[in-house]
Design a protein around this ligand. Structure first.
Ligand SMILES: Cc1cc2nc3c(=O)[nH]c(=O)nc-3n(C[C@H](O)[C@H](O)[C@H](O)COP(=O)(O)O)c2cc1C
Length: 172
């Protein structure tokens, strides 16, 4: 699938607005992800108010993309919806949702970036307060969206040395 290789992290965006329709498609793509026992425990906070999401710069040294972003979608888990409470599957479920959203954005020619929140406690605490998350809602990361200021080339990072067959030693 070409979209997988075309997806690149975008950290500078133009002033263009993303449509509500495209945001809905990106959310739908997130919710189409696989999840443990079909928990679908993800919840999303869509932020379009720059003043709000730029506050996150106070605690995140690598979040300069927020300066020009149009929209930020915070991907969280509602722990009350977990099918295996306490086992932590939500991290993988929400990561799958995040990646689906980045790919859908790429397919829509929208620039995107995965901004890490979990497991940095300072960022978690800050974002919980910023977005008024209750105790049972845990943030995983942010999907930053906008129109890319410049195009990046598709990437091929295939490394033969990091592939093993049958066992880590490879076949005898
Ligand atoms: C869990 C995770 C957290 C990330 N956090 C940040 C971040 O805080 N700031 C940032 O600029 N990029 C962040 N990235 C993006 C990576 O830096 C980027 O994916 C990597 O450099 C590879 O580049 P590419 O996405 O263009 O292929 C994150 C990616 C992942 C998967």
């Amino acid at each position: 699938m070409d979209t997988i290789f075309q997806r690149r992290s975008v950290r500078k965006f133009l002033e263009n607005k993303i449509s509500e329709e495209d945001i809905k498609r990106i959310l739908k793509a997130g919710m189409a992800a696989p999840s443990c026992k079909a928990s679908c425990e993800w919840v999303f906070v869509v932020m379009r108010d720059r003043e709000r999401f730029q506050k996150f710069l106070e605690v995140h040294p690598y979040a300069t993309a927020l300066k020009t972003a149009d929209t930020v979608i915070l991907v969280c888990a509602d722990l009350n919806l977990e099918k295996e409470p306490g086992e932590g599957w939500w991290i993988q479920d929400c990561s799958a949702a995040m990646q689906n959203m980045l790919l859908e954005a790429t397919d829509l020619s929208i620039g995107s970036l995965w901004l890490g929140v979990h497991p940095k406690q300072e960022r978690i605490d800050f974002i919980k307060e910023l977005c008024c998350l209750p105790d049972h809602v845990e943030p995983l990361g942010m999907v930053v969206l906008g129109t890319a200021a410049k195009e990046k080339s598709p990437i091929d990072r295939y490394l033969e040395d990091q592939v093993f067959y049958e066992t880590y030693q490879g076949e005898e």
